[in-house]
Design a binder for this molecule. Structure first.
Ligand code: PMP
Length: 425
């Protein structure tokens, strides 16, 4: 028979259900698991796919005659910039290839904005009375902690399936000049898997803002990280903004952290030519050039933009079964009971689960007690504060499939126990 929502159960049936969940949870704790579903890291099998890098580069001179062993070339070597310009739908002149972390580039950009102001700023952001950022939630915890570290205020808007709630965003930016920017993970967002549609991107690119130097920090960390054959194409935010008369509004970030090596990839920044010049001008005060040898190694390893896409198909073969497993278990264990909803992402690294209001922290604590480490409840919200205490982020890529199975089964047990406690209490 079809599962019945727990709220439909009689008092006696609910008591019996609670007792059954308590027994299941006791068994789970007794089984002595030691599992971790916290961080979105590639599994070793995924890293192995890129081990061809270890035998590269062949030669040390790039296609344009640059000796990559030497100083210089702050913007990165031309062939890797060309390759990712094509992949990200921008011009080569609009792309910087940097070090191994796009998050570092995001911090640099915010530092430059605070200390110097952007190309379209009236003054440094630090000279403003107040700086506020719009944070679509749930979102990426490191975006939020970065803002907190700068003392930048946050205001949240809902992250919908098609991207941030544009009506809420447009209303916020229209009248308040302290609102200087918004974080967006446009493709397969962390953690919801949302993909920003062309319509949403157009609205964000063209909306009137009280701040003349409003920034869209477009973090396309998962641009090519498809989990199905239906490959989402990221909206071309730079062209849209340019066409709307706001060429300096978006600054785009991407990296090969989850394409090749998470700790030794290549990161990218893209923006208007003026933005690129602005960024490099500041970068040049502290660097003479990036690790061009690693960039050359990556250019040779991929061979072409298609090489990147082909590589991601091999990545998908390793991780898609893990996402399928999470969905199958949640559907079988929780489906129809009215205790949780969850995303079925078509790309990216996460599954976002909403349990009943007020239960996320309880579920995470129960899981911890049972040896299953989950991302702390609230992590996907600024200041770690999920006002409804309901969101839990699952990251199934790193563990082996058997561990994903055990951890998700255990998680489902914790969700059921917490829900039964709440409803019976
Ligand atoms: N942005 C998002 C949305 C991420 O999820 C991550 C990794 N968890 C990063 C950026 C980090 O990127 P990088 O490794 O290039 O610093």
């Amino acid at each position: 028979s079809a599962p019945q929502p727990l709220t439909d159960l009689s008092t006696d049936d609910l008591a019996a259900f609670l007792a059954a969940q308590q027994a299941a949870y006791a068994d789970l704790v007794a089984s002595g698991l030691k599992l971790d579903l916290t961080r979105g890291k590639p599994a070793s099998a995924q890293l192995d796919l890129a081990d061809g890098l270890l035998g590269l580069p062949t030669g040390v001179v790039d296609a344009h005659g640059v000796d990559t062993r030497n100083y210089g070339g702050l913007e990165g070597i031309r062939e890797i910039r060309e390759m990712f310009a094509e992949l990200l739908w921008v011009e080569t002149e609009q792309v910087v290839a940097g070090g191994n972390s796009s998050l570092v580039m995001m911090r640099e950009v915010l530092t430059d904005l605070m200390l110097k102001g952007g190309v379209d700023s009236e003054r440094p952001w630090s000279a403003e009375e107040k700086v506020t950022f719009i944070c679509p939630v749930p979102g990426y915890d490191r975006h939020f902690t970065l803002l907190e570290w700068f003392g930048i205020d946050t205001v949240t808007v809902p992250m919908n399936e098609d991207g941030p709630d544009t009506a809420a965003v447009a209303a916020l930016v229209a009248n308040d000049p302290s609102i200087k920017g918004i974080w967006i993970v446009p493709t397969y967002a962390n953690p919801t898997g949302s993909v920003v549609t062309l319509e949403v991107a157009e609205r964000l690119a063209s909306m009137p803002t009280a701040a003349p130097d409003f920034k869209i920090l477009w973090d396309n960390a998962y641009a090519f990280h498809h989990l199905t054959e239906d490959e989402a194409k990221s909206a071309d935010i730079l062209s849209l903004a340019s066409a709307a008369g706001h060429p300096h509004r978006p600054i785009m970030f991407a990296s090969t952290s989850k394409i090749t090596y998470a700790g030794a990839g290549v990161a990218f920044l893209a923006g208007s030519v003026d933005t690129v010049r602005w960024y490099l001008g500041h970068l040049g005060k502290g660097a003479i050039g990036p690790d061009k040898l690693n960039q050359l190694r990556h250019a040779q390893f991929f061979g072409s933009p298609q090489g990147v896409r082909d590589h991601m198909v091999r990545q998908r073969a390793i991780i898609a079964p893990k996402f399928d497993e999470v969905d199958a278990i949640l559907t079988r264990r929780l489906g129809g009971l009215g205790v949780a909803t969850w995303t079925k992402p078509t790309g990216g690294y996460f599954v976002s689960v909403d349990v009943l209001d007020g239960l996320a922290a309880r579920v995470v604590a129960l899981a911890k007690e049972a040896g299953i480490v989950l991302t702390p409840a609230g992590a996907s919200f600024p200041k770690g504060d999920d006002p409804r205490d309901r969101n839990v982020r699952l990251a199934p890529t790193f563990p082996e499939l058997a561990e994903v199975t055990a951890a998700t089964e255990g998680f489902a047990t914790c969700v059921l126990l917490a829900a039964a406690e709440k409803l019976a209490g």
